[in-house]
Design a protein around this ligand. Sequence first.
Ligand code: PA5
Length: 384
Amino acid sequence: MIKFDFDTYNETFTECDLESIHSDFLKGDIPNWYRLDEDRDAISKCAQKVRLQADVFIVIGIGGSYLGAQAVINALTPYFHKTKPEIIFAGTDLSSEYLQNLLEYIDDKSVYINVISKSGTTLETLATFSVLFDYMQNKYDDYNERIIVTTNGEDGKLLEMANEYHFPKFLISKDTIGRYSVLTAVGLLPIAVAGIDINALLKGARKAKDNFDDCYKYVKLRDTMYQEGRIVEAFTVYEPKLASFTEWLKQLFAESQGKENGGILPISVINTRDLHSLGQYLQEGIPMIFSTVIFVNDDINLNIKAYDMPMDKINELAFESVAEANYPHTKTNAIIVDELNEENIGYLIFFFEMSAMLGCSLLGVKYDNQPGVNNYKEVLNRQM
Ligand code: PA5
């Protein structure tokens, strides 16, 4: 269960007709992230095979091609407990040291790879895959069965290679948007390989699709904050397992809305750690920030003798105290989650995707392009 607590400051939210923006959106081509109709059987079958045979599953991809999967996997697997197979992300940078260390680490392990790129042309992904492809060819006779490609079905280097070497492949439509692709094969395959129930994840997303009231309210609230000059949204968590979820949120909102010299800048705050760093700015820096806290109402009975109180209670008191202490410098809006499970995470994914999309209409920008990112890719590719 998720409770949206957006009324703390008795704000008068921006007046706008989000229902009609939403219904106009539904009159166009409905994108795959909204349809939630991915072929789960094929994904589950492939994941099952990998789970039986792999020690490590390397996901190569950048931006929307890995952030969603990493967010869900980290939120839903225990600390200190490696999944079997262990999921390793690569291609998220151009660090030769990382890649070299990875090759050493996987040397005595059974390796499967999922290389993911919608365009099939992204440099970080292709450079990393080039190294791991050579490695796999040298190591395994059946290397081509161990490399799974997720890309668009029309063009790009990855599609060419998948066809040439007969890699198993998941083809996504060319209009798939990376940051909205976590509930497509892009995110669902790595998530399923990690042993997470993708049916329950999608069930949660469908629940969010059945009720837009809180989503509309959140979109209006963000716009109200923006009109008040609060141009930074601090996605704040008190459960570090959600740190990767805030990374996904940063990408979702920054790439959707940071356009035409406008948009709210998303940052992430991991508490209580960041109370001892960013906390100072949130209380006394430029009053341009609002916090959207995702608080997990855990109920783990871990009593702290020194304070004669359960740790969860202390964490909750910290959250409430910070909200009070930061006000009016930073306003806090809360999303309270009763438990970290597949349904709740699926719900939040769809809720935020929808909010980012609708918010773009209020800003008057397109939600489904990222001209700045493409510009970087083009400038770099020209020099290669
Ligand atoms: O959201 C997006 O579309 C981008 O962040 C992409 O996911 C990212 O640039 C990677 O692109 P690709 O999947 O084409 O390799």
